[in-house]
Design a protein around this ligand. Structure first.
Ligand code: HGA
Length: 605
Protein backbone atom coordinates (compact mmCIF):
# COMPACT_ATOMS: atom_id res chain seq x y z
CA UNK A 1 0.00 0.00 0.00
CA UNK A 2 1.15 3.61 -0.05
CA UNK A 3 4.62 4.34 1.22
CA UNK A 4 5.52 7.56 2.99
CA UNK A 5 8.83 9.13 3.87
CA UNK A 6 9.92 12.36 5.57
CA UNK A 7 13.40 13.79 6.10
CA UNK A 8 14.83 16.69 8.06
CA UNK A 9 18.31 16.50 6.60
CA UNK A 10 21.59 18.34 6.58
CA UNK A 11 21.93 18.13 2.78
CA UNK A 12 19.59 18.30 -0.20
CA UNK A 13 16.81 15.80 0.48
CA UNK A 14 15.02 15.30 -2.85
CA UNK A 15 17.50 12.66 -4.15
CA UNK A 16 17.45 10.85 -0.79
CA UNK A 17 13.64 10.88 -0.70
CA UNK A 18 13.54 9.58 -4.27
CA UNK A 19 15.87 6.76 -3.32
CA UNK A 20 13.74 5.90 -0.27
CA UNK A 21 10.62 5.90 -2.46
CA UNK A 22 12.37 3.41 -4.72
CA UNK A 23 12.59 1.05 -1.74
CA UNK A 24 8.96 1.75 -0.89
CA UNK A 25 7.70 1.37 -4.45
CA UNK A 26 6.71 -2.25 -3.79
CA UNK A 27 3.90 -0.75 -1.65
CA UNK A 28 2.27 1.05 -4.56
CA UNK A 29 3.13 2.55 -7.92
CA UNK A 30 0.07 4.44 -9.16
CA UNK A 31 1.82 7.78 -8.69
CA UNK A 32 4.58 9.39 -6.67
CA UNK A 33 5.43 12.83 -5.37
CA UNK A 34 7.78 14.87 -3.23
CA UNK A 35 7.40 18.20 -1.39
CA UNK A 36 10.31 20.16 0.07
CA UNK A 37 10.91 23.41 1.90
CA UNK A 38 13.51 25.59 0.18
CA UNK A 39 14.30 29.02 1.57
CA UNK A 40 11.10 28.75 3.56
CA UNK A 41 8.96 28.02 0.49
CA UNK A 42 6.94 24.85 -0.01
CA UNK A 43 7.37 23.22 -3.42
CA UNK A 44 5.88 20.06 -4.91
CA UNK A 45 6.58 17.70 -7.80
CA UNK A 46 4.24 14.84 -8.67
CA UNK A 47 3.84 12.33 -11.49
CA UNK A 48 1.56 9.43 -12.32
CA UNK A 49 2.76 5.85 -12.73
CA UNK A 50 6.08 4.44 -11.68
CA UNK A 51 8.73 6.39 -9.82
CA UNK A 52 10.72 6.69 -13.02
CA UNK A 53 8.19 9.31 -14.17
CA UNK A 54 8.74 11.40 -11.04
CA UNK A 55 12.46 11.03 -11.52
CA UNK A 56 12.08 12.43 -15.06
CA UNK A 57 10.04 15.37 -13.74
CA UNK A 58 12.77 16.11 -11.21
CA UNK A 59 15.41 16.17 -13.94
CA UNK A 60 13.49 18.93 -15.74
CA UNK A 61 12.33 20.71 -12.60
CA UNK A 62 14.68 19.92 -9.71
CA UNK A 63 13.53 20.38 -6.13
CA UNK A 64 15.84 22.10 -3.67
CA UNK A 65 15.65 21.97 0.11
CA UNK A 66 16.86 20.13 3.20
CA UNK A 67 13.43 19.18 4.53
CA UNK A 68 10.87 17.17 2.63
CA UNK A 69 8.22 14.46 2.42
CA UNK A 70 7.54 11.86 -0.27
CA UNK A 71 4.86 9.38 -1.26
CA UNK A 72 4.31 6.41 -3.50
CA UNK A 73 0.62 5.72 -4.02
CA UNK A 74 -1.69 2.74 -4.28
CA UNK A 75 -4.95 4.51 -5.05
CA UNK A 76 -7.99 3.90 -2.87
CA UNK A 77 -9.97 7.11 -3.50
CA UNK A 78 -9.62 8.63 -6.94
CA UNK A 79 -7.93 7.36 -10.07
CA UNK A 80 -4.17 7.39 -10.50
CA UNK A 81 -3.63 10.96 -11.78
CA UNK A 82 -1.36 13.90 -11.06
CA UNK A 83 -4.19 15.71 -9.27
CA UNK A 84 -4.76 12.74 -6.97
CA UNK A 85 -1.05 12.15 -6.37
CA UNK A 86 0.39 12.99 -2.96
CA UNK A 87 1.71 15.22 -1.43
CA UNK A 88 -1.51 17.23 -1.27
CA UNK A 89 -1.24 20.89 -0.51
CA UNK A 90 -3.44 23.69 0.67
CA UNK A 91 -1.92 27.08 1.48
CA UNK A 92 1.00 26.57 3.84
CA UNK A 93 0.68 22.85 4.43
CA UNK A 94 1.52 19.66 2.50
CA UNK A 95 0.64 16.14 3.58
CA UNK A 96 1.39 12.55 2.58
CA UNK A 97 -0.99 9.84 3.71
CA UNK A 98 -1.20 6.07 3.88
CA UNK A 99 -4.68 4.84 4.76
CA UNK A 100 -8.30 5.85 4.31
CA UNK A 101 -10.10 8.79 5.93
CA UNK A 102 -13.50 7.25 6.44
CA UNK A 103 -15.37 10.48 7.27
CA UNK A 104 -13.91 12.38 4.32
CA UNK A 105 -17.31 12.90 2.69
CA UNK A 106 -18.78 14.81 5.64
CA UNK A 107 -15.54 16.78 6.05
CA UNK A 108 -15.42 17.58 2.35
CA UNK A 109 -19.02 18.81 2.36
CA UNK A 110 -18.38 21.02 5.38
CA UNK A 111 -15.17 22.39 3.93
CA UNK A 112 -16.74 22.98 0.50
CA UNK A 113 -19.65 24.81 2.13
CA UNK A 114 -17.08 26.96 3.92
CA UNK A 115 -15.50 27.88 0.58
CA UNK A 116 -12.63 25.38 0.20
CA UNK A 117 -11.90 24.37 -3.37
CA UNK A 118 -10.83 20.77 -3.86
CA UNK A 119 -8.28 19.88 -6.50
CA UNK A 120 -8.45 16.08 -6.19
CA UNK A 121 -10.89 13.22 -5.64
CA UNK A 122 -8.91 11.79 -2.73
CA UNK A 123 -9.99 11.34 0.86
CA UNK A 124 -6.56 12.75 1.83
CA UNK A 125 -7.15 16.27 0.59
CA UNK A 126 -9.53 17.12 3.46
CA UNK A 127 -6.51 16.87 5.77
CA UNK A 128 -4.63 19.74 4.17
CA UNK A 129 -7.70 21.98 3.97
CA UNK A 130 -8.55 21.33 7.60
CA UNK A 131 -4.99 22.05 8.68
CA UNK A 132 -4.76 25.18 6.58
CA UNK A 133 -8.01 26.45 8.11
CA UNK A 134 -6.66 25.74 11.58
CA UNK A 135 -3.54 27.73 10.70
CA UNK A 136 -5.83 30.51 9.43
CA UNK A 137 -7.52 30.58 12.83
CA UNK A 138 -4.19 31.52 14.38
CA UNK A 139 -3.02 28.08 15.57
CA UNK A 140 0.65 27.20 15.23
CA UNK A 141 1.61 24.21 13.01
CA UNK A 142 1.70 21.69 15.86
CA UNK A 143 -1.68 22.78 17.25
CA UNK A 144 -3.17 22.98 13.76
CA UNK A 145 -2.08 19.41 12.95
CA UNK A 146 -3.35 18.22 16.32
CA UNK A 147 -6.73 19.90 15.78
CA UNK A 148 -6.93 18.22 12.36
CA UNK A 149 -6.12 14.79 13.76
CA UNK A 150 -9.01 15.17 16.20
CA UNK A 151 -11.41 15.52 13.23
CA UNK A 152 -10.27 12.39 11.36
CA UNK A 153 -11.83 8.93 11.44
CA UNK A 154 -10.35 5.91 9.71
CA UNK A 155 -6.83 4.68 9.21
CA UNK A 156 -3.82 6.83 8.62
CA UNK A 157 -0.11 7.27 8.76
CA UNK A 158 0.55 10.95 8.03
CA UNK A 159 3.42 13.34 7.56
CA UNK A 160 2.83 17.12 7.59
CA UNK A 161 5.26 19.69 6.18
CA UNK A 162 4.70 23.44 6.64
CA UNK A 163 5.80 26.42 4.58
CA UNK A 164 8.20 28.58 6.55
CA UNK A 165 9.09 25.65 8.83
CA UNK A 166 12.27 24.06 7.53
CA UNK A 167 12.96 22.27 10.81
CA UNK A 168 9.60 20.65 11.49
CA UNK A 169 7.79 17.48 10.50
CA UNK A 170 4.67 16.20 12.18
CA UNK A 171 3.89 12.50 12.05
CA UNK A 172 0.77 10.65 13.13
CA UNK A 173 -0.19 7.01 13.27
CA UNK A 174 -3.67 5.60 13.55
CA UNK A 175 -4.10 2.18 11.99
CA UNK A 176 -1.28 2.40 9.42
CA UNK A 177 2.36 1.71 10.26
CA UNK A 178 4.90 4.50 10.79
CA UNK A 179 8.44 4.55 12.14
CA UNK A 180 10.65 7.44 13.24
CA UNK A 181 14.34 7.25 12.31
CA UNK A 182 17.06 8.84 14.46
CA UNK A 183 20.13 10.27 12.71
CA UNK A 184 23.04 12.53 13.62
CA UNK A 185 21.55 16.01 13.36
CA UNK A 186 18.96 14.55 11.01
CA UNK A 187 15.56 12.94 11.65
CA UNK A 188 13.41 10.76 9.45
CA UNK A 189 10.04 9.11 9.25
CA UNK A 190 8.94 6.26 7.03
CA UNK A 191 6.42 3.51 6.46
CA UNK A 192 8.93 0.76 7.18
CA UNK A 193 12.48 -0.12 8.08
CA UNK A 194 13.33 -0.86 4.44
CA UNK A 195 12.75 2.81 3.58
CA UNK A 196 14.94 4.11 6.37
CA UNK A 197 17.70 1.47 6.53
CA UNK A 198 20.33 3.33 4.42
CA UNK A 199 19.89 6.42 6.63
CA UNK A 200 19.78 4.93 10.11
CA UNK A 201 19.53 1.69 12.04
CA UNK A 202 17.82 3.36 15.03
CA UNK A 203 14.06 3.35 14.76
CA UNK A 204 11.15 4.14 17.02
CA UNK A 205 7.88 2.50 16.03
CA UNK A 206 4.90 4.73 16.80
CA UNK A 207 2.08 3.06 18.70
CA UNK A 208 -1.59 3.26 17.76
CA UNK A 209 -2.84 6.84 18.20
CA UNK A 210 0.63 8.37 18.64
CA UNK A 211 1.59 11.62 17.01
CA UNK A 212 5.08 13.05 16.93
CA UNK A 213 6.86 16.36 16.44
CA UNK A 214 10.23 16.00 14.69
CA UNK A 215 13.00 18.57 14.51
CA UNK A 216 16.65 17.92 13.60
CA UNK A 217 17.38 17.73 17.33
CA UNK A 218 15.03 14.84 17.99
CA UNK A 219 11.44 13.80 18.41
CA UNK A 220 8.69 14.37 20.96
CA UNK A 221 5.98 11.72 20.91
CA UNK A 222 2.47 12.08 22.32
CA UNK A 223 -0.14 9.40 22.80
CA UNK A 224 -3.74 9.70 21.60
CA UNK A 225 -4.63 11.63 24.79
CA UNK A 226 -1.93 14.19 24.02
CA UNK A 227 0.34 13.12 26.90
CA UNK A 228 4.06 13.00 26.12
CA UNK A 229 5.29 9.39 26.00
CA UNK A 230 8.63 7.64 25.65
CA UNK A 231 8.82 4.97 22.97
CA UNK A 232 11.79 2.66 22.77
CA UNK A 233 14.47 2.92 20.10
CA UNK A 234 14.95 -0.37 18.27
CA UNK A 235 18.26 -1.10 16.55
CA UNK A 236 17.44 -2.82 13.30
CA UNK A 237 19.56 -5.21 11.28
CA UNK A 238 20.38 -3.00 8.29
CA UNK A 239 21.67 -5.98 6.28
CA UNK A 240 18.27 -7.56 6.56
CA UNK A 241 16.62 -4.43 5.20
CA UNK A 242 18.94 -4.20 2.17
CA UNK A 243 17.21 -4.99 -1.10
CA UNK A 244 18.64 -5.79 -4.50
CA UNK A 245 17.99 -8.27 -7.29
CA UNK A 246 21.40 -9.96 -6.90
CA UNK A 247 21.80 -10.31 -10.66
CA UNK A 248 18.32 -11.71 -11.30
CA UNK A 249 16.04 -10.13 -13.84
CA UNK A 250 13.26 -9.68 -11.29
CA UNK A 251 12.84 -9.70 -7.53
CA UNK A 252 10.41 -12.56 -8.01
CA UNK A 253 13.08 -14.64 -9.78
CA UNK A 254 15.55 -13.91 -7.00
CA UNK A 255 13.01 -14.75 -4.31
CA UNK A 256 12.01 -18.04 -5.97
CA UNK A 257 15.69 -18.98 -6.22
CA UNK A 258 16.25 -18.14 -2.55
CA UNK A 259 13.71 -20.68 -1.35
CA UNK A 260 16.13 -23.53 -0.55
CA UNK A 261 18.23 -21.21 1.63
CA UNK A 262 15.15 -19.66 3.25
CA UNK A 263 13.79 -23.12 4.12
CA UNK A 264 17.18 -24.02 5.53
CA UNK A 265 17.15 -20.84 7.65
CA UNK A 266 13.70 -21.71 9.01
CA UNK A 267 14.92 -25.23 9.84
CA UNK A 268 18.04 -23.81 11.53
CA UNK A 269 15.88 -21.49 13.65
CA UNK A 270 13.22 -23.95 14.69
CA UNK A 271 14.68 -27.44 14.61
CA UNK A 272 17.40 -28.12 17.14
CA UNK A 273 20.12 -30.31 15.66
CA UNK A 274 20.71 -32.49 18.67
CA UNK A 275 17.05 -33.24 19.38
CA UNK A 276 14.42 -34.76 17.18
CA UNK A 277 11.71 -32.29 18.08
CA UNK A 278 10.81 -28.86 16.68
CA UNK A 279 12.49 -26.33 18.98
CA UNK A 280 9.92 -23.59 19.19
CA UNK A 281 10.12 -21.99 22.62
CA UNK A 282 6.81 -20.24 22.25
CA UNK A 283 5.41 -20.29 25.73
CA UNK A 284 2.49 -22.04 24.09
CA UNK A 285 1.35 -25.48 25.06
CA UNK A 286 -1.08 -27.05 22.63
CA UNK A 287 -1.77 -29.88 25.10
CA UNK A 288 -4.64 -28.00 26.69
CA UNK A 289 -5.88 -26.36 23.50
CA UNK A 290 -9.39 -27.19 22.30
CA UNK A 291 -8.99 -25.85 18.82
CA UNK A 292 -6.67 -24.07 16.40
CA UNK A 293 -8.10 -21.11 14.47
CA UNK A 294 -6.05 -19.74 11.59
CA UNK A 295 -6.81 -16.41 9.94
CA UNK A 296 -5.07 -14.75 7.00
CA UNK A 297 -5.54 -13.19 3.54
CA UNK A 298 -4.48 -14.16 0.01
CA UNK A 299 -1.42 -16.38 -0.28
CA UNK A 300 -1.06 -16.60 3.52
CA UNK A 301 -4.60 -17.96 3.65
CA UNK A 302 -3.61 -20.70 1.22
CA UNK A 303 -0.72 -21.61 3.55
CA UNK A 304 -3.30 -21.91 6.37
CA UNK A 305 -5.48 -24.12 4.16
CA UNK A 306 -2.56 -26.51 3.64
CA UNK A 307 -1.73 -26.38 7.36
CA UNK A 308 -5.26 -27.41 8.29
CA UNK A 309 -4.56 -30.84 6.79
CA UNK A 310 -1.34 -31.09 8.82
CA UNK A 311 -2.84 -30.05 12.16
CA UNK A 312 -5.74 -32.45 11.72
CA UNK A 313 -3.57 -35.35 10.59
CA UNK A 314 -0.59 -34.91 12.92
CA UNK A 315 -2.20 -33.46 16.03
CA UNK A 316 -5.85 -34.61 15.79
CA UNK A 317 -7.07 -31.17 16.81
CA UNK A 318 -10.12 -29.38 15.38
CA UNK A 319 -9.06 -26.58 13.04
CA UNK A 320 -10.97 -23.58 11.71
CA UNK A 321 -9.53 -21.41 8.99
CA UNK A 322 -10.90 -18.11 7.83
CA UNK A 323 -10.29 -15.19 5.51
CA UNK A 324 -9.45 -12.19 7.69
CA UNK A 325 -11.70 -9.71 5.85
CA UNK A 326 -14.71 -11.95 6.61
CA UNK A 327 -13.67 -13.12 10.05
CA UNK A 328 -13.23 -9.57 11.40
CA UNK A 329 -16.87 -8.71 10.70
CA UNK A 330 -18.36 -12.02 11.85
CA UNK A 331 -19.28 -12.98 15.34
CA UNK A 332 -17.17 -16.14 15.53
CA UNK A 333 -17.75 -18.56 18.37
CA UNK A 334 -14.48 -18.38 20.28
CA UNK A 335 -13.44 -20.31 23.36
CA UNK A 336 -10.89 -19.89 26.11
CA UNK A 337 -9.17 -23.01 24.81
CA UNK A 338 -8.65 -21.66 21.29
CA UNK A 339 -5.22 -20.88 19.93
CA UNK A 340 -5.48 -18.34 17.13
CA UNK A 341 -2.73 -18.18 14.53
CA UNK A 342 -2.63 -15.16 12.22
CA UNK A 343 -0.33 -15.24 9.21
CA UNK A 344 0.91 -12.20 7.27
CA UNK A 345 4.15 -11.64 5.34
CA UNK A 346 4.31 -7.91 6.11
CA UNK A 347 2.69 -8.16 9.52
CA UNK A 348 0.73 -5.05 8.52
CA UNK A 349 -2.16 -6.60 6.57
CA UNK A 350 -5.06 -4.42 7.74
CA UNK A 351 -7.71 -7.16 7.74
CA UNK A 352 -5.46 -9.65 9.54
CA UNK A 353 -4.53 -7.05 12.14
CA UNK A 354 -8.22 -6.35 12.68
CA UNK A 355 -8.90 -10.08 13.01
CA UNK A 356 -6.17 -10.30 15.66
CA UNK A 357 -7.78 -7.42 17.55
CA UNK A 358 -11.17 -9.11 17.17
CA UNK A 359 -9.99 -12.13 19.20
CA UNK A 360 -7.60 -10.41 21.65
CA UNK A 361 -8.45 -11.32 25.23
CA UNK A 362 -11.07 -13.87 24.16
CA UNK A 363 -8.84 -16.87 23.42
CA UNK A 364 -6.05 -18.78 25.12
CA UNK A 365 -3.24 -17.37 23.00
CA UNK A 366 -2.64 -15.47 19.77
CA UNK A 367 0.33 -16.44 17.60
CA UNK A 368 1.61 -14.30 14.73
CA UNK A 369 3.54 -15.88 11.86
CA UNK A 370 5.12 -12.84 10.18
CA UNK A 371 8.16 -11.92 8.13
CA UNK A 372 8.61 -8.51 9.80
CA UNK A 373 9.12 -9.02 13.53
CA UNK A 374 8.72 -5.29 14.28
CA UNK A 375 5.37 -5.10 12.48
CA UNK A 376 2.04 -4.15 14.05
CA UNK A 377 0.74 -7.73 14.03
CA UNK A 378 3.97 -8.96 15.64
CA UNK A 379 3.72 -6.33 18.35
CA UNK A 380 0.09 -7.04 19.15
CA UNK A 381 0.09 -10.85 19.18
CA UNK A 382 0.90 -12.79 22.37
CA UNK A 383 3.63 -14.74 20.58
CA UNK A 384 5.59 -13.88 17.42
CA UNK A 385 7.02 -16.56 15.17
CA UNK A 386 9.21 -14.87 12.56
CA UNK A 387 9.34 -16.73 9.25
CA UNK A 388 12.96 -15.63 8.53
CA UNK A 389 12.41 -15.27 4.78
CA UNK A 390 14.27 -11.94 4.44
CA UNK A 391 12.68 -8.97 2.65
CA UNK A 392 10.22 -10.02 -0.05
CA UNK A 393 9.85 -7.30 -2.65
CA UNK A 394 8.16 -9.01 -5.63
CA UNK A 395 4.45 -8.38 -5.21
CA UNK A 396 3.63 -12.05 -5.88
CA UNK A 397 4.64 -13.90 -2.73
CA UNK A 398 6.94 -16.89 -3.25
CA UNK A 399 9.58 -17.48 -0.60
CA UNK A 400 7.33 -16.05 2.14
CA UNK A 401 4.66 -18.59 1.13
CA UNK A 402 6.96 -21.60 1.46
CA UNK A 403 8.44 -20.19 4.69
CA UNK A 404 4.89 -19.79 6.06
CA UNK A 405 4.16 -23.38 5.08
CA UNK A 406 7.20 -24.64 6.96
CA UNK A 407 6.55 -22.60 10.12
CA UNK A 408 2.97 -23.90 10.15
CA UNK A 409 4.14 -27.48 9.55
CA UNK A 410 6.55 -27.22 12.48
CA UNK A 411 3.75 -25.81 14.64
CA UNK A 412 1.58 -28.76 13.63
CA UNK A 413 4.40 -31.10 14.68
CA UNK A 414 4.79 -29.31 17.99
CA UNK A 415 1.04 -29.49 18.47
CA UNK A 416 1.09 -33.24 17.77
CA UNK A 417 3.90 -33.77 20.28
CA UNK A 418 2.33 -31.50 22.94
CA UNK A 419 -0.90 -33.46 22.63
CA UNK A 420 0.82 -36.82 22.58
CA UNK A 421 -0.74 -37.64 19.26
CA UNK A 422 2.55 -38.33 17.58
CA UNK A 423 5.21 -40.83 18.54
CA UNK A 424 8.73 -39.34 18.93
CA UNK A 425 9.88 -41.66 16.12
CA UNK A 426 7.20 -40.35 13.77
CA UNK A 427 8.18 -36.77 14.57
CA UNK A 428 11.87 -37.57 13.99
CA UNK A 429 11.05 -39.16 10.60
CA UNK A 430 9.05 -36.11 9.55
CA UNK A 431 11.88 -33.80 10.62
CA UNK A 432 14.25 -35.85 8.54
CA UNK A 433 11.85 -35.43 5.58
CA UNK A 434 11.70 -31.71 6.28
CA UNK A 435 15.50 -31.51 6.16
CA UNK A 436 15.32 -32.83 2.60
CA UNK A 437 13.14 -29.91 1.37
CA UNK A 438 15.98 -27.53 0.34
CA UNK A 439 17.62 -30.24 -1.77
CA UNK A 440 14.38 -31.12 -3.56
CA UNK A 441 13.57 -27.46 -4.12
CA UNK A 442 16.99 -26.85 -5.69
CA UNK A 443 16.51 -29.81 -8.05
CA UNK A 444 13.10 -28.52 -9.09
CA UNK A 445 14.31 -24.94 -9.54
CA UNK A 446 16.98 -26.25 -11.93
CA UNK A 447 14.34 -27.38 -14.43
CA UNK A 448 13.48 -23.85 -15.59
CA UNK A 449 13.46 -24.70 -19.31
CA UNK A 450 10.62 -27.20 -18.78
CA UNK A 451 8.40 -24.63 -17.10
CA UNK A 452 9.24 -22.02 -19.70
CA UNK A 453 8.04 -24.28 -22.51
CA UNK A 454 4.68 -24.98 -20.89
CA UNK A 455 4.24 -21.41 -19.70
CA UNK A 456 4.47 -20.25 -23.30
CA UNK A 457 1.41 -22.37 -24.05
CA UNK A 458 -0.45 -21.05 -21.00
CA UNK A 459 0.56 -17.52 -21.93
CA UNK A 460 -1.52 -17.75 -25.08
CA UNK A 461 -4.72 -18.70 -23.23
CA UNK A 462 -7.41 -16.52 -21.73
CA UNK A 463 -8.33 -18.95 -18.96
CA UNK A 464 -6.62 -21.75 -17.08
CA UNK A 465 -8.09 -24.22 -14.61
CA UNK A 466 -6.07 -25.82 -11.78
CA UNK A 467 -7.10 -29.02 -10.01
CA UNK A 468 -5.81 -30.86 -6.97
CA UNK A 469 -6.96 -33.10 -4.12
CA UNK A 470 -5.96 -33.07 -0.45
CA UNK A 471 -3.17 -30.57 0.22
CA UNK A 472 -2.85 -30.19 -3.55
CA UNK A 473 -6.22 -28.42 -3.56
CA UNK A 474 -4.98 -25.33 -1.67
CA UNK A 475 -1.74 -25.63 -3.65
CA UNK A 476 -3.86 -25.42 -6.82
CA UNK A 477 -5.59 -22.33 -5.40
CA UNK A 478 -2.19 -20.75 -4.80
CA UNK A 479 -0.99 -21.72 -8.29
CA UNK A 480 -4.07 -20.06 -9.82
CA UNK A 481 -3.59 -16.94 -7.71
CA UNK A 482 0.06 -16.65 -8.79
CA UNK A 483 -0.88 -16.95 -12.46
CA UNK A 484 -3.62 -14.32 -12.34
CA UNK A 485 -1.59 -11.89 -10.21
CA UNK A 486 1.32 -11.52 -12.58
CA UNK A 487 0.19 -12.71 -16.02
CA UNK A 488 -3.42 -11.39 -15.81
CA UNK A 489 -4.64 -14.70 -17.21
CA UNK A 490 -7.96 -15.65 -15.68
CA UNK A 491 -7.32 -18.71 -13.53
CA UNK A 492 -9.50 -20.72 -11.17
CA UNK A 493 -8.75 -23.69 -8.96
CA UNK A 494 -11.06 -26.44 -7.81
CA UNK A 495 -10.81 -29.47 -5.61
CA UNK A 496 -10.58 -32.13 -8.32
CA UNK A 497 -13.69 -33.88 -6.99
CA UNK A 498 -15.71 -30.68 -7.44
CA UNK A 499 -15.09 -30.58 -11.19
CA UNK A 500 -18.24 -32.49 -12.04
CA UNK A 501 -20.38 -30.17 -9.89
CA UNK A 502 -20.13 -27.26 -12.29
CA UNK A 503 -16.72 -26.29 -13.68
CA UNK A 504 -16.70 -29.25 -16.08
CA UNK A 505 -19.10 -27.19 -18.21
CA UNK A 506 -16.14 -24.94 -19.04
CA UNK A 507 -13.97 -27.71 -20.46
CA UNK A 508 -13.15 -27.58 -24.16
CA UNK A 509 -10.00 -27.74 -26.21
CA UNK A 510 -9.20 -24.10 -25.47
CA UNK A 511 -9.08 -24.45 -21.68
CA UNK A 512 -5.84 -25.89 -20.31
CA UNK A 513 -6.26 -27.77 -17.04
CA UNK A 514 -3.19 -27.92 -14.80
CA UNK A 515 -3.38 -30.92 -12.49
CA UNK A 516 -1.19 -31.12 -9.37
CA UNK A 517 -1.01 -34.81 -8.55
CA UNK A 518 1.93 -36.48 -6.81
CA UNK A 519 1.62 -40.25 -6.63
CA UNK A 520 -0.06 -40.32 -3.21
CA UNK A 521 -3.13 -42.03 -1.77
CA UNK A 522 -5.45 -39.77 -3.74
CA UNK A 523 -3.64 -40.06 -7.07
CA UNK A 524 -6.03 -42.54 -8.71
CA UNK A 525 -9.01 -40.35 -7.81
CA UNK A 526 -7.36 -37.30 -9.32
CA UNK A 527 -6.45 -39.25 -12.45
CA UNK A 528 -10.12 -40.15 -12.89
CA UNK A 529 -11.03 -36.46 -12.80
CA UNK A 530 -8.23 -35.79 -15.27
CA UNK A 531 -9.71 -38.44 -17.58
CA UNK A 532 -13.05 -36.62 -17.38
CA UNK A 533 -11.28 -33.51 -18.65
CA UNK A 534 -9.50 -35.35 -21.46
CA UNK A 535 -12.74 -37.06 -22.53
CA UNK A 536 -14.05 -33.55 -23.24
CA UNK A 537 -10.91 -32.56 -25.20
CA UNK A 538 -9.50 -30.39 -22.42
CA UNK A 539 -5.68 -30.17 -22.73
CA UNK A 540 -4.06 -31.39 -19.49
CA UNK A 541 -0.78 -30.17 -17.99
CA UNK A 542 0.17 -32.70 -15.34
CA UNK A 543 2.58 -31.94 -12.52
CA UNK A 544 3.50 -35.28 -10.98
CA UNK A 545 6.42 -37.61 -10.18
CA UNK A 546 7.88 -40.43 -12.29
CA UNK A 547 5.50 -43.05 -10.93
CA UNK A 548 2.56 -40.70 -11.45
CA UNK A 549 3.67 -39.96 -15.02
CA UNK A 550 3.84 -43.67 -15.76
CA UNK A 551 0.33 -44.23 -14.40
CA UNK A 552 -1.42 -41.22 -15.83
CA UNK A 553 -1.65 -42.02 -19.53
CA UNK A 554 -1.16 -39.55 -22.38
CA UNK A 555 -1.53 -35.92 -21.38
CA UNK A 556 -0.73 -32.79 -23.38
CA UNK A 557 2.23 -31.82 -21.17
CA UNK A 558 3.81 -33.49 -18.16
CA UNK A 559 6.32 -32.04 -15.71
CA UNK A 560 8.02 -34.89 -13.89
CA UNK A 561 9.08 -33.82 -10.42
CA UNK A 562 11.20 -35.84 -8.01
CA UNK A 563 9.41 -38.36 -5.83
CA UNK A 564 9.16 -36.67 -2.47
CA UNK A 565 7.87 -37.68 0.95
CA UNK A 566 4.23 -36.73 1.45
CA UNK A 567 4.99 -33.91 3.85
CA UNK A 568 7.43 -32.35 1.37
CA UNK A 569 4.99 -32.33 -1.55
CA UNK A 570 3.48 -28.84 -0.97
CA UNK A 571 6.99 -27.33 -0.96
CA UNK A 572 7.99 -29.23 -4.08
CA UNK A 573 4.82 -28.38 -6.04
CA UNK A 574 4.94 -24.71 -5.02
CA UNK A 575 8.01 -24.21 -7.20
CA UNK A 576 6.62 -25.28 -10.63
CA UNK A 577 3.42 -23.36 -9.85
CA UNK A 578 5.45 -20.20 -9.27
CA UNK A 579 7.65 -20.87 -12.30
CA UNK A 580 4.69 -21.41 -14.62
CA UNK A 581 3.21 -18.08 -13.49
CA UNK A 582 6.55 -16.30 -13.83
CA UNK A 583 7.26 -17.54 -17.33
CA UNK A 584 3.66 -17.01 -18.49
CA UNK A 585 4.02 -13.40 -17.29
CA UNK A 586 7.31 -13.05 -19.16
CA UNK A 587 5.69 -14.49 -22.30
CA UNK A 588 2.91 -11.92 -22.04
CA UNK A 589 5.30 -9.07 -21.26
CA UNK A 590 3.66 -7.98 -18.02
CA UNK A 591 5.43 -6.23 -15.17
CA UNK A 592 6.34 -9.23 -13.01
CA UNK A 593 7.45 -7.43 -9.85
CA UNK A 594 4.87 -4.67 -9.96
CA UNK A 595 1.73 -6.12 -11.54
CA UNK A 596 -1.11 -3.73 -12.26
CA UNK A 597 -3.54 -2.76 -9.49
CA UNK A 598 -1.66 -4.68 -6.81
CA UNK A 599 0.61 -3.68 -3.96
CA UNK A 600 2.71 -5.71 -1.63
CA UNK A 601 1.52 -5.01 1.87
CA UNK A 602 -2.19 -4.42 2.07
CA UNK A 603 -2.56 -1.83 4.83
CA UNK A 604 -6.06 -0.69 3.86
CA UNK A 605 -9.38 -2.57 3.84
N1 HGA B 1 -6.54 7.04 0.45
C1 HGA B 1 -5.35 7.61 -0.08
C2 HGA B 1 -4.13 6.81 0.32
C3 HGA B 1 -4.19 5.43 -0.25
C4 HGA B 1 -3.43 4.38 0.49
O1 HGA B 1 -2.95 4.53 1.59
N2 HGA B 1 -3.32 3.23 -0.10
O2 HGA B 1 -2.66 2.15 0.56
C5 HGA B 1 -5.42 7.73 -1.58
O3 HGA B 1 -6.26 7.09 -2.24
O4 HGA B 1 -4.63 8.48 -2.14
Amino acid sequence: MCGIIGILGSHEVAPVILDALRRLEYRGYDSAGIATIHEGRLELRRATGKLMNLSDVLVCEPLRGKAGIGHTRWATHGAPSVENAHPHRSGRVAVVHNGIIENFRELREELSAAGCRFASETDTEVIVHLTDRHLGMGLGPVEAARATLACLKGAFALAFLFEGEGDLLIAARHGSPLAIGHGEGEMYLGSDAIALAPMTNRLTYLEEGDWAVLTRQGVTIHDSQGSPVQRAITVIDVENARIDKAGHRHFMAKEMAEQPSVIKAVIDHYVAEETEEPAMPLGVDFATADRVVMVACGTAFHACQVAKYWFEQLARIPVEIDIASEFRYRDPVLGEGDIVIVVSQSGETADTLAALRHVAGRVARTLAVVNVPTSSIAREADVVIPMHAGPEIGVASTKAFTAQLLVLLLLALKCGRDRDRMEPGHCARLLSDIRSIPGFMSQILDREADYERIAEVLGECDDVLFLGRGVMFPMALEAALKLKEISYIHAEAYAAGELKHGPIALIDKGLPVVVLAPRDGLFEKTVSNMQEVMARHGPVVLLTDAEGAAGAGAVSHCVVLPEVPEVVAPFAYAVPAQMLAYHAALARGTDVDQPRNLAKSVTVE
